[in-house]
Design a protein around this ligand. Sequence first.
Ligand code: C5P
Length: 232
Amino acid sequence: MQARDRIIVAIDRSSRDEILRTVDALTGTVGVFKIGLQAFIANGPSIVREIVSRGEKVFLDLKIHDIPNTAKHAVAEAASLGAFMLTVHATGGEAMLRAAAEAAPGSPLLVLGVTILTSLDAPAMESIGFRDEPLGAAVRLARLAKESGLRGVVASPHEITAIREACGGDLVIVTPGIRPEGSDAGDQRRTTTPAAAIAAGADYIVVGRPITEARDARAAALQISDRLSVAG
Ligand code: C5P
């Protein structure tokens, strides 16, 4: 994989025109475009089709969490849309994860298990019934995702090393909370740099505002991929 292929750009926007302008501006500089709930609910599945028809890869970040049958059919629809990656919550449990993993046989769709949302701290986790710390819970859920047949997980920067050790080299790890040297952390806490995340064992990094809100988005993306190439 080339350095730029590891970069996923989160396009957290509602306007179809703005989304497609961002995709067109970044073509050839990044590997994947992340469409989350905001962009998907505002525009529907056609936004995915439009990006896929440009020959680009789409990470559909819908964080599915439902009964196995519903999850299975939702995953199959994402596969038929041509998405490259799709998220489901690992806390949906083994049966849901297995149904998701088996929903689209033969499709290249990479179903990723979301471990623990980084917005949950230890007291918030305890209040919804978790008995372990965020790191321990993330490793436990990554293992569950892998044992249930998923090929990848989403995890925060400080969980990458422990998940890599627990789950081995084959599990794809996607990491948000990335901030290039010198950029504004915004509302992100406990961030890491692109090169540090890859060095810790991440396969893909999710970068949003440092690219989408840069004066020159293309230059910002190229700078990140240059730094990754040098580090790699
Ligand atoms: O703009 P920024 O780089 O903070 O965007 C990061 C993206 O990754 C957003 O789409 C955000 O929802 C997502 N994300 C995150 N932390 C998680 C999971 C997803 O920041 N734990």
